[in-house]
Design a protein around this ligand. Structure first.
Ligand SMILES: [Zn+2]
Ligand SMILES: [Zn+2]
Length: 62
């Protein structure tokens, strides 16, 4: 898998994350993701691969 392909896949659930990186503004740039969700992302993908909205909703505590 190339890095470009990997960037389109959510590192937590493995589904497409709809990341728009490189094509303009990605929705993820305007969302603050809690530290404990970022901790679920493997070290080598942190800050590179977007988490999908489903996972953010699923793991965000009220
Ligand atoms: Zn996900
Ligand atoms: Zn993104």
């Amino acid at each position: 898998m190339t890095l470009k392909e990997m960037e389109k896949i959510c590192p937590i659930c493995g589904k497409p994350n709809n990341c728009q990186h490189g094509q303009g503004n990605c929705w993820c740039e305007n969302v603050s993701i809690p530290e404990y969700i970022l901790d679920l992302v493997p070290e080598d993908k942190k800050g590179k691969v977007c988490i999908c909205k489903d996972c953010i909703n699923k793991y965000t505590k009220e």
